[in-house]
Design a binder for this molecule. Sequence first.
Ligand SMILES: NC(=O)c1ccc[n+]([C@@H]2O[C@H](COP(=O)([O-])OP(=O)(O)OC[C@H]3O[C@@H](n4cnc5c(N)ncnc54)[C@H](OP(=O)(O)O)[C@@H]3O)[C@@H](O)[C@H]2O)c1
Length: 318
Amino acid sequence: MKAVRFRRYGGPEVLEITDVPRPRPGDGQVLIEVVTAALNPGEIGIREGLFATMWPATFPEGQGNDFSGVVAEVGAGVTGLVAGQPVIGFAPRAAQAEFVAAGVSTVAVLPSGIGWDAAATIAGVGATAWASVEAVAPRPGETVVVSAAAGGVGSYAAQLAALHGARVIGTASEGNHEFLASLGIVPVRYGPGLEARLRQAAPEGVHALIDTFGAGNVDAAIALGVSPSRINTIADGRAVHRYGVHHQAQEQADDPRIWSRLAGLIAEGRLTVPITRAYPLHEVRQAYRDLGTRHVRGKRVLHVAPASRRQRLGETVS
Ligand SMILES: NC(=O)c1ccc[n+]([C@@H]2O[C@H](COP(=O)([O-])OP(=O)(O)OC[C@H]3O[C@@H](n4cnc5c(N)ncnc54)[C@H](OP(=O)(O)O)[C@@H]3O)[C@@H](O)[C@H]2O)c1
C-alpha cells in the first residue's frame, strides 16, 4: 500500500509517498481503508523534530492521526463491526496510509449524510474543541471568546460554545469575518489592541475564553476580569503556569462516544466543518507548506483514497 513516510527530521521536502506492507488486523482489531486523513499543525512540529525528546520518531516514520475510512477486514474476536462500515478513528503517526489497523474500541461508526472530509477531522480538532468547551462550561446568555475561531479547533469550539447557548465572539483576520458571521459568531480582529476591541464587542463583560492560539489571548482575558477557572488554552503553557487556567485538549476527549456525538451534530447540519482545501496524497508536501502558513478557514485534509475509489464512495457517507 502507499503511505506517507519521512526518513529524517526536516521540512516538507522530507515527506515521501512509499510502498509499504499492508498491516494485518490483530485480535480485536479491524483493518480500515482510509478515505481521508486530516492535516494538523502538531504534525509539522513532530516532523521537524521539535518534539523529539518527548515523542521521538522511529525512521522511517509514518504521519497523520485522525482519519475517516471503511472497514476492510475484521480480526479475530471482533464483534459489532463488519467489512464495509464507514468509521473514524485516531491512529497515531499512521493515518496517512491507504490502510490502518485499529482496535475496535478506538473507532466510531459514522452516520449517513456526513462528508468523508469533515468526518476525518472529528477525532483530532473536533475532540480537542469538545474538551476545551467542556472545560469552561458555557451557559446560555454568557459571552464566550474563542481565539483563532476560523481555525481547525477554533471553528469547532466557537460553534459548540454557541450550541451551549452562549453569545460567541471569535478572533480572526479580516478575511474570515464574513465567514464567522455566517456561523453566528461575532468576529473581532486578533493582534495588538485586542483587549480594547473585546471591551467594545462585549460591554457587559466576557465570561469565558477558549484559547486555541496563544500569543497573549489568556493575558487579555485575565485583564478583562475573566476568572482563570473559565479559561482554557491548548497553546499557551506559560499561561497555564502563571494563572492556573485549564489546559484540556484532545487527550481529554479521546473517546469514540464523543466522536459519535460530534458526527451526529455534523450529519444533522448543526455543526459545520469548512474544508479550505483537500489535497490528493501525492501533494502531501504542498499540503503541509500551506498548513504551515497558519491561515485557514476550517481544515485542510488529505485525500488518501484514489479519486476512482472516492468516486465510488461518493462525497458523503451513504
Ligand atoms: N494539545 C492538543 O491536543 C491539540 C490538538 C489540536 C491542536 N492543538 C494546537 O492548537 C493550536 C490550533 O490548532 P489548529 O489546528 O486549530 O490550527 P489551525 O487550523 O492552523 O488554525 C490557525 C488559526 O490561527 C489563526 N491565527 C493566525 N495568526 C494568529 C494570531 N497572531 N493570533 C490569533 N490567531 C491567529 C488563523 O486565523 P486567520 O486564518 O483568520 O488568520 C487560523 O484560523 C495549534 O497550536 C495546535 O498545535 C493542540
